[in-house]
Design a protein around this ligand. Structure first.
Ligand code: ZN
Length: 456
């Protein structure tokens, strides 16, 4: 989403970008962004479209100005064919305006600013053998030394990113529902539990594990109140001239047009994920980030949620940028930098391996997106999609984003209520492991499968 210079003053994040999914509707200069992978309610975030700002940088919410000169380090590191393949088949599968990235025989010309008509020129290597080494802080799997078969992950730095916050923030995040008097379901608590079960098992296999989040408290020091002014300006710029301060009724379909709702999402999604990215990119320096989530189908009233029979699994990698996202200078820059880092070469076989192992463990069918408007199926497992999410774009290393289980399905709800336990139990008529261990074991089996083969 776009944001102008004035609004960018509100940004003190040193990183760029948003998990928000993108422009779905545009009418009369009024852009509504839908904001999540799969949502339990209709999250909508209004975007700011700058009009006639001086030599405007088109920057996404809380994003920062791209440093195009960084791309100089990637000169002669990729061939024409490889670059074109990644653009056409992974990152820009929905097309792009012809002046944004022009692929010529020896160079690509990338627009850095439309108003000033500035471009960055990337030189291609003539062939694979003439490619210079790709600069990056993380290590590709086949550069890791051959490992003891009992420690297939030895030396691998894995950061676990349990999605959302949970705890007292879960309701605000709209990642909370409760059936009758049963304990509430909070996605952020479930993901943290999986991470804590996964971490010691990864360490046993030799990995160096860090947590992007290891409590129910945010990483960002900001709170919703810090974003009230920005929220108001976003709403005004998007045609809500006198935004209401508060949400009167949680089921109000117009709640997205209130300052409270906007300032909260700026806090728990935009600010939080950008701060996590700063942590990943400047302190943790992992070789891989695993984003752990639980999926959901729309559940309506969180105090009287709809339960469903639908249950499924999918994994996400960064890619499949929408044309409107590519118009944003920071997103375009991050896309190109990510492409050039070749994170995708690592992500795809790993995601396929994890998906296959999780499918075996959970017996879940692949999720089918109802449209191909924002995702592109990739890989061979049938479970993996490219999609441009804030976390998959901003963490500067391979990122695999797991979306198993529909939390408000009858089966998964029963599994969650059964809690964590050793061995197996009968849950909804099927003998199975605890959902947390099933999740962790699937991820673990996929990692073992992949790294046993992919190392030197
Ligand atoms: Zn989630």
């Amino acid at each position: 989403m776009k944001i102008n210079d004035e609004i960018q003053i509100a940004n003190d994040e040193s990183m760029t970008n948003d998990e928000a999914r993108n422009v779905t509707f545009r009418h009369s200069g009024f852009v509504i962004l839908s904001s999540f992978v799969i949502r339990a309610s209709s999250f909508l975030l209004l975007a700011v479209f700058p009009r006639a700002v001086q030599a405007a940088d088109n920057i996404s919410i809380l994003g920062s100005k791209p440093k195009w000169s960084v791309l100089e380090h990637y000169q002669d590191t990729i061939t024409h064919d490889e670059f074109a393949h990644l653009i056409n088949d992974v990152y820009c599968t929905h097309g792009l305006a012809p002046d944004l990235i022009e692929i010529n025989e020896k160079t690509a010309r990338i627009l850095t600013n439309r108003e000033s008509q500035k471009f960055f020129t990337l030189r291609f290597a003539e062939n694979d053998t003439l490619c210079k080494p790709v600069p990056r802080l993380w290590r590709v799997a086949n550069s890791l030394p051959r490992a003891n078969p009992k420690k297939p992950l030895s030396g691998l730095r894995i950061a676990l990113d349990p999605g959302h916050l949970g705890g007292k923030w879960a309701k605000m995040e709209e990642r909370w529902f409760r059936v009758g008097n049963s304990p509430p379901v909070r996605e952020g608590d479930l993901t943290l539990k999986v991470a804590r079960i996964l971490a010691p098992q990864l360490r046993r296999l030799g990995a160096k594990v860090s947590f992007v989040r290891n409590s129910s408290e945010p990483i960002t020091p900001k709170r919703p109140d810090d974003f009230k002014d920005l929220a108001r300006r976003i709403l005004i710029k998007n045609g809500v001239p006198q935004p209401r301060p508060d949400v009167l009724d949680p089921n109000d379909s117009d709640k997205e047009k209130t300052i409270r709702w906007q300032s909260e999402i700026l806090f728990y999604r935009y600010s939080e994920i950008r701060r996590r990215a700063v942590l990943v990119n400047t302190k943790l320096h992992p070789d891989l980030v695993l984003c752990l989530h639980f999926n959901a189908e729309p559940w309506g009233d969180p105090n009287s949620p709809t339960l469903t029979d639908a249950n499924h699994l999918h994994l996400l990698l960064n890619g499949s940028y929408l044309q409107d996202e590519l118009e944003l200078d920071d997103e375009r820059f991050e896309m190109v930098r990510r492409l050039l880092s070749r994170a995708y070469d690592q992500e795809l076989p790993l995601a396929d391996a994890i998906a296959t192992a999780m499918a075996k463990e959970t017996q879940l069918p692949p999720y089918q997106y109802p449209t191909t408007n924002s995702t592109t199926k990739v890989g061979s497992s049938g479970y993996v999609y490219a999609r441009n999410l804030l976390a998959t774009r901003l963490y500067r290393c391979p990122v695999v984003y797991c979306e198993p289980y529909v939390m408000n399905s009858n089966d998964v709800f029963a599994q969650i209520q059964a809690g964590d336990y050793d061995g197996t139990r009968s849950v909804n008529g099927r003998e199975r492991k605890s959902i947390f261990r099933e999740y962790a074991d699937g991820v673990l089996d996929g990692l073992i499968e992949h790294y046993s083969k992919a190392r030197k």
